[in-house]
Write a new protein. Structure first.
Length: 420
């Protein structure tokens, strides 16, 4: 018998964490944070009881609370791909650095976590106390994985964040996983079909041409891990003739991505595109750029920090300029305020944004139809837990899965325990 305890991501997007236990082992899948005004953490786990932690991918809502397990000399491995741990390090260091709130861990704990890392290749099982852990490519971010945990013939499949379309940079998710008995599936877009990617790309390009042909500058705030690179590759793939620059933490991510070509759909093309873009590393260049017609791609994707603040303050002051939001805008973020009210805070004062603001859909998650395609491909008659979506999305999705497939599907609450 295996037990699954839900520690987070129940009817919410954030603090993903799931504990899988049997008589010989306790395996934790993800341990993330939910970044609000006050960050929220998953339910507590005793580090001394753990035999391994498996990390699906680097985003903070999956990785951000892992260092808290290393406040003392914990003795278990952190299992993930190499790009996942390197990108996690970058994001967690940044969170520690900019956190205006209390975090119950520091860089020293992060270092201990990094020293415990063990690199797993896709489809290569790792065995611990008769339990096998296997990672499969997820198509969501560089090195991202879905996770299969197997013990005595029973198999649990956790999608983490998944993308079966792939992208300009990544291959689609690998769904060839055999029969499963329990499935934990993300529900982020279970109630909506996103705009088809080619359409989003075309609309973004049209907006960029319009702004630049009018003598303006287009600013694209984008998540540093992959979204920034994806947007740069979109412009390059369509042979966009104007200057494209990248700034901020996205540059460190570029270096990590170039280091791991085997995780990239077409590494030769990716390298060419990323090297053709201008990398901005100093203030002199930044000040020059805001005055010339070009495309500037820089984090933070929700305008919470980073060099994006400098660009916003300057680019929003002219109606010739444009701002293209290509990332999800969370509640109470500056990006959401800009989108809904057309205002932005500068030095504590709320000002009207004169530049034209548009939002474009470039999600790294599956849409509704694609989530059902995953369920179509599943072998076996699994119990299904719908997580990582707002309350309504998780609940509706579970009802629809029960109805359509006859699977026992549930939208769990934090603290719930299931047996398989």
């Amino acid at each position: 018998i295996m037990e699954i305890k839900i520690l987070g991501a129940a009817k919410e997007v954030g603090r993903s964490a799931f504990l899988v236990s049997n008589e010989n082992s306790n395996i934790l899948m993800d341990y993330g944070v939910l970044l609000k005004k006050e960050p929220q953490f998953p339910l507590h786990v005793k580090p001394k009881d753990l035999h391994a932690v498996v990390l699906s991918h680097a985003h903070l809502d999956h990785s951000g609370f892992l260092p808290s397990l290393f406040l003392s000399s914990s003795k278990f491995p952190v299992l993930s791909t190499n790009p996942t741990i390197e990108l996690s390090q970058l994001l967690i260091e940044d969170m520690i650095k900019i956190s205006g709130f209390y975090l119950p861990f520091e860089n020293i704990d992060l270092d201990r976590m990094l020293k415990s890392h063990k690199n797993l290749q896709y489809r290569e099982p790792y065995s611990i106390n008769e339990t096998n852990i296997t990672l499969y490519e997820s198509g969501h971010v560089l090195g991202g994985s879905t996770i299969v945990v197997e013990n005595k013939g029973k198999r649990i499949f956790y999608t983490g964040d998944i993308n079966t379309r792939g992208s300009k940079i990544l291959r689609p998710a690998d769904l060839d996983i055999d029969e499963i008995h329990l499935m934990i599936i993300e529900s982020t877009y279970s109630q909506t079909n996103q705009i088809p990617r080619p359409q989003s790309e075309k609309e973004l390009l049209e907006f960029a041409y319009k702004i630049i042909d009018n003598g303006g500058t287009l600013f694209v705030p984008a998540f540093s891990v992959e979204r920034a690179q994806e947007i740069a590759c979109v412009f390059k793939a369509y042979k966009f003739p104007h200057k494209i620059v990248m700034d901020g933490m996205a540059l460190k991510v570029n270096e990590i991505m170039l280091k791991y070509p085997e995780y990239i759909r077409d590494p030769i093309v990716f390298k060419k595109y990323i090297e053709e873009v201008e990398w901005i590393r100093d203030w002199k260049s930044r000040r020059r750029l805001i005055k010339e017609p070009c495309v500037i791609i820089s984090p933070a994707g929700m305008l919470v920090g980073g060099s994006a603040i400098f660009y916003m303050q300057n680019i929003m002051m002219s109606d010739k300029n444009g701002i293209a939001l290509v990332s999800y805008q969370g509640e109470n973020t500056p990006g959401r305020m800009l989108l809904e009210k057309g205002t932005f805070k500068i030095n504590g004062k709320i000002k009207k944004c004169l530049a034209e603001v548009k939002q474009f859909e470039f999600s790294g998650h599956n849409s509704r139809d694609e989530l059902f395609e995953i369920l179509d491909s599943i072998k076996g008659n699994p119990k299904v837990l719908t997580v990582h979506g707002d309350g309504n999305a998780c609940i509706k999705f579970a009802e629809e899965i029960s109805e359509k497939y006859g699977f026992d599907a549930i939208a769990p609450n934090s603290g719930d325990i299931f047996k398989v």
